[in-house]
Design a protein around this ligand. Structure first.
Ligand SMILES: [Fe+2]
Ligand SMILES: [Fe+2]
Length: 376
């Protein structure tokens, strides 16, 4: 499942925008508000005041304003240049020199010049949020830190390989997934499913969550060792085809148009092709990548396979993929509760293997820590 719309309140990272140019306010507000929880300020002192009470994920500042209102209100409230402040994005005019700012804010902030496209700005904000998330993982216990750190590194390598037209290195992906299985065996999978969501690379977050869910499912079904690792790795790789989908479609907040849907669906074809061209890819991972969007009643894609054409692996892939997508946080939707997600899967009576779904539900809920089970 790729895109869900919902009335639930959306989870959005918080961004402060400090500008007093009406045109910029309109431009930035219009685009960024789809992806972030925006607060606009027309002076650095007003932004500074708010910074003493709240820490946004990123602060975007028009340099012109720092000249008029001075940088000090921002710096002081953010704990000084050396302080533990959120990352800043400074935007200046063409030919702007950033030397003084770099001395103050160093490399944790970004320095840009107009003109800059909204897409580029969204990417830079996302990159800063993700960097913060990756750093925050350092504080987690090893059982969570290890799988997160290794798989994000691997996912970036995979993205680079695809960009360069190089084959995916399956063995390297499998190596990064070994700690996912360790986390499941130690019962840390619910924590892992939560902590990965701080990251802003949604395709990675979703893939890592599907890897964890598939591993949990397999473990619950009695799988071990290499078989379990195939599930983890297949999960991490199942949506690599999305790395070829145009970001305007992949990250579109809201519903896709009739013209956009086929392009989104093509990711399943790309997934199959990328894995086929990869080195040492296991048959199991290939099935997960090729068939996670098929349905038992033939309404799925890309091939519209049906009934017996879909083996147990394909069936558990669909369940984990849909359950993962429903319980993921997106920029335009809060995560569905576990209960609601299972309710939706149960309503897909002809498309999803209901016997396997009942087994998965039992495994998932029975391994949930008590306070989380009560919360959902
Ligand atoms: Fe997919
Ligand atoms: Fe998926």
């Amino acid at each position: 499942m790729d895109v869900m719309s919902t009335d639930d309140a959306a989870y959005l990272p918080t961004i402060y925008v400090v500008t007093n140019t009406p045109k910029r306010r309109e431009e930035l507000g219009g685009v960024l508000s789809h992806f972030f929880d925006l607060s606009m300020f027309d002076t650095t002192s007003k932004a500074g005041e708010s910074l003493t009470e709240k820490t946004p994920d990123v602060v975007l500042v028009e340099i012109e304003l720092t000249r008029k209102g001075g940088l000090n209100p921002l710096l002081t409230s953010a704990g000084g240049a050396e302080g533990d402040h959120p990352p800043f994005i400074f935007i200046g005019q063409k030919g702007e020199s950033f030397d003084a700012l770099v001395t103050e804010f160093g490399e944790t902030s970004r320095y840009l010049r107009w003109p800059i496209t909204a897409r580029k700005l969204i990417d830079i904000i996302g990159e800063l949020i993700s960097k913060g998330a990756e750093e925050s993982w350092d504080e987690l216990p090893d059982i969570q830190k290890k799988p997160l750190k290794l798989t994000i590194k691997e996912y970036k390598n995979i993205a680079t390989a695809i960009e360069r037209g190089e084959p995916i290195d399956y063995n390297s992906a499998a190596k990064s997934c070994a700690p996912v299985a360790e986390a499941v065996l130690s019962g840390a999978h619910h924590d892992l499913l939560n902590s990965v969501q701080a990251h802003h690379n949604y395709t990675y977050v979703h893939s890592m969550r599907v890897a964890t869910l598939l591993t949990l499912f397999g473990y619950g079904l009695g799988m071990k060792g290499d078989n379990l690792l195939i599930l983890s790795t297949g999960g991490l790789l199942h949506d690599v085809g999305k790395l070829m989908t145009p970001p305007v479609i992949l990250d579109k907040p809201g519903k896709l148009t009739e013209e956009e849907w086929p392009i989104m669906r093509d990711h399943a074809v790309h997934c199959a092709a990328l894995l086929k061209a990869g080195d040492d890819v296991t048959r199991g991972a290939q099935i997960i990548a090729e068939q996670h969007h098929e349905k038992l009643d033939g309404t799925g894609y890309p091939k519209g396979l049906k009934g017996n054409e879909l083996n147990e692996l394909a069936r558990i892939s669909m369940i984990c993929d849909i359950f993962g997508a429903l319980t993921d946080r997106r920029s335009y939707k809060e995560a569905f509760s576990v209960e609601k997600a299972f309710g939706i899967l149960e309503s897909m009576a002809t498309g999803i293997d209901q016997n396997l779904l009942a087994i998965f539900k039992d495994i998932f809920i029975s391994t949930k820590p008590l306070e989380q089970a009560a919360g959902n």
